[in-house]
Design a protein around this ligand. Structure first.
Ligand code: UFG
Length: 325
């Protein structure tokens, strides 16, 4: 079975490509390398193309049995400042991808959605029935695509799984692939860069939230746990269903707890500075992962310590592993 991994030269997509190959699937990576890196696709067939390029996609789809779509812009802050960029890529171009799929014989589609579709949750842990009311353009674009998938699946017999990721983190044990964003905005890589001396201090965005230690709580999930769910998602699609589900651990950690865990794993202390709240950050986002556990027989297996230790191994290599462009 051949899987077209769209956005497979990015962080989560490259991990999915590796896990798929380890499970015996054939993988074709399709990526325009706008935010992806060819180094992350090394050893795979890589088609450099845009998701709006129907003819290039059509040729790739003709050789594929299923599509995984990871190709999206994913900075909440940037989406507020430049919503056009987000609606153009994450909606307009993504719909061109979906149209190309419908025109092909491929009927299995896995979509990288996000907990940002929930906005400020009415209840934590968050179940899939929480109202979808995004509070930023990034979440709105992901919700728009979820809605399109639902309609397309009814009309065109397309089967899909929308996976709503919580906070993806960590790296493959091989330390050959990992998280590399320009600019980096995510908590764990920023803490590690601070330890490396590349930043003077880690700024905590607010310590006056209504949480036990005043800092925000998030559900950090190892990227390979996410990737494994995608493989199980393919099997689920073979059973003929479509669904949206959360991918999280069900356990939240505050920013301060993450910093302490990094200090424990690396044996180094992290200089911190307390800054103002970052606009749009809800105090607590934790998944209720029961649906994925039941329907996929999946469970996030890797701990916060494993997330940090694999991210740390990768972080120490990534500056040379990825040539800056
Ligand atoms: N944080 C800091 N200092 C930093 C960076 C982050 O205190 O320098 C805090 C944030 O305020 C937040 C937590 O660390 O409380 C995690 O922040 P990240 O930026 O790593 O992740 P987010 O929770 O903001 O973002 C994630 C996904 C997005 C998704 C969003 C939904 O990466 O794709 O959750 O809210 F949209």
């Amino acid at each position: 079975m051949s899987i077209l991994v769209v956005g497979g030269a990015g962080y989560i997509g490259s991990h999915a490509a590796h896990i798929l190959r380890r499970r015996g699937y054939d993988v074709i990576i399709y990526d325009n390398l706008s935010t992806g890196y060819k180094e992350l696709a090394e050893g795979f067939e890589l088609i450099v193309g845009d998701i709006a390029d129907a003819s290039k996609l059509g040729a790739a789809l003709a050789r594929s049995d299923a599509v995984m779509h990871f190709a999206a812009h994913a900075y909440v802050g940037e989406s507020v400042e430049n919503p056009r960029k987000y609606f153009k890529n994450n909606v307009t171009s993504a719909l061109a991808l979906l149209d190309a799929v419908v025109e092909s014989r491929v009927r299995k589609f896995i979509f990288s959605s996000t907990c940002a579709v929930y906005g400020n949750p009415v209840k934590v842990p968050i179940t899939e029935s929480n109202p979808r009311q995004p509070v930023n353009p990034y979440g709105a674009t992901k919700l728009a695509f979820e809605n399109a998938l639902e309609a397309y699946s009814q009309a065109y017999a397309l089967r899909y799984v929308s996976f709503r990721y919580f906070n993806a983190a960590g790296a493959d044990d091989s330390a050959t692939i990992g998280e590399h964003h320009e600019p980096e905005t995510h908590l764990i890589p920023l803490i590690l860069q601070t330890i490396q001396g590349r930043r003077s201090a880690l700024e905590i965005f607010g310590d006056d939230y209504p949480t036990a230690d005043g800092t925000c709580i998030r559900d950090y999930i190892h990227v390979n746990d996410l990737a494994e769910a995608h493989v199980l998602g393919l099997e689920y699609l073979s059973r003929g269903h479509s669904i949206a589900m959360n991918l999280g651990t069900g356990r939240g950690y505050s920013v301060r707890e993450v910093i302490s865990a990094v200090e424990k794993v690396t044996g180094q202390s992290v200089p911190i500075r307390i800054g103002p709240r970052r606009p749009g950050d809800p105090p607590e986002l934790v998944a209720e992962p029961a649906r994925a556990e039941e329907l996929l027989r999946w469970k996030a297996r890797r701990s916060l310590e494993e997330i940090i230790s694999t991210a740390w191994s990768w972080q120490q290599k990534s500056q040379t592993a990825i040539r800056e462009v």
